[in-house]
Ligand binder design. Structure first.
Ligand SMILES: [Zn+2]
Length: 262
C-alpha cells in the first residue's frame, strides 16, 4: 500500500490523505522527555536554568496515558509557506526546542525578540502543509479492480496522548493542529506571501476533521475551536476561523413546534 518513496510511517489512511508520523525525527529539547538534567550521583533529575520552560502546570512534553481530549484547536504556524514537506515541521521544531537567546535585532534599546522557546518539542500535534505533497497509493475502483489513487500528506508530530504547548490554559485537554503559513485575520491582506490558506489545505482540514479527528479523538462538531477563541485573535486567520465557527455552530434543525391540541 505504501509507496517506496515514503520513508516515514503511515499511521492513517483517509479518503484523500495519508497521515505520516514524524515523531521519531522531529527535534526535541535537550532535556526531553524529563525536562531536567539527570544527575548520576544522586540518581535524580535536576532542574536547571535551561530546563524547558514550564507553562501552566508544567506538564509539557509528558505523555499522559488516557489523557482526555476535549477539543481540537486550530492554529496557523505564523510562518512561511515554505519549506514544503517534512522540512516545514522540522524547522519549526528546531525553533521550539532552542533555549531562548536575545535576537540581534534591537528595538527601543532592547532585543525585540528572542529566538527559541525552550519547549519540549514542536507546538502542534499535527501539521497541514500549505502545499501538501501528493503520493499515489494502490486502491480499488467500484468493481474492486486495483487502481492508483492520489493522496495528500498530513504530518503527525505527536500522538494525542502528549501534553504539548500550543494554547495557554488549554493544553491539558486539547489537540492542536497547525496550518502552515501566516494568514490574515482581516479580509484582504498585504502583498507578499499568500495571506489565506490554500484551497487544498482547507479541504484537507475539513476531511481530516471528519475522518480522523472526530472518530479518533471522540469529538463532535461542537468541540472544534481556534486559537482566537482563547486569546489570540490573529490565529488561525479569518478563513480557517470562519470555517471552524460554522462547523461548531451548525445547529440541528430547531424542534418543530406542534400546534396546540384543540
Ligand atoms: Zn495559534
Amino acid at each position: 500500500m505504501r509507496p517506496d518513496k515514503l520513508t516515514d510511517p503511515v499511521v492513517f489512511e483517509g479518503s484523500t490523505f495519508l497521515i505520516l508520523s514524524l515523531q521519531e525525527r522531529l527535534h526535541r529539547h535537550k532535556y526531553w522527555p524529563h525536562g531536567a538534567r539527570y544527575d548520576a550521583e544522586s540518581g535524580e533529575y535536576v532542574r536547571t536554568k535551561s530546563c524547558y520552560r514550564l507553562v501552566r502546570g508544567g506538564l509539557g512534553g509528558v505523555a499522559t496515558i488516557g489523557r482526555e481530549i476535549k477539543e481540537v484547536i486550530v492554529h496557523h504556524t505564523g510562518g512561511s509557506i515554505v519549506p514544503v514537506g517534512p522540512a516545514g515541521p522540522m524547522s519549526v521544531s528546531a525553533y521550539c526546542v532552542t533555549d531562548p537567546k536575545p535576537s540581534k535585532y534591537v528595538h527601543d534599546g532592547k532585543p525585540d525578540q528572542r529566538y527559541g522557546r525552550s519547549w519540549p518539542g514542536i507546538c502542534y500535534h499535527a501539521w497541514i502543509p500549505y502545499a501538501p505533497e501528493t503520493v499515489e497509493v494502490l486502491g480499488q475502483d467500484d468493481d474492486l479492480h486495483p487502481i492508483l489513487v492520489s493522496k495528500h500528506i498530513i504530518y503527525e508530530c505527536w500522538t494525542s496522548g502528549w501534553w504539548i504547548y500550543n494554547t495557554a490554559g488549554r493544553n491539558a485537554h486539547c489537540y492542536g493542529i497547525g496550518l502552515q503559513g501566516s494568514f490574515s485575520h482581516r479580509p484582504g491582506g498585504e502583498p507578499g506571501e499568500p495571506r489565506e490558506p490554500s484551497v487544498l489545505q482547507m479541504e484537507l482540514l475539513a476531511t481530516w476533521w471528519e475522518e480522523w479527528a472526530k472518530p479518533t479523538l471522540r469529538l463532535e462538531d461542537r468541540d472544534l475551536y481556534g486559537h482566537a477563541d482563547y486569546g489570540k485573535p490573529t490565529c488561525p486567520g479569518i478563513t480557517a476561523y470562519s470555517w471552524l465557527r460554522s462547523v461548531r455552530e451548525m445547529q440541528a434543525d430547531p424542534p418543530v413546534e406542534l400546534p396546540p391540541e384543540s
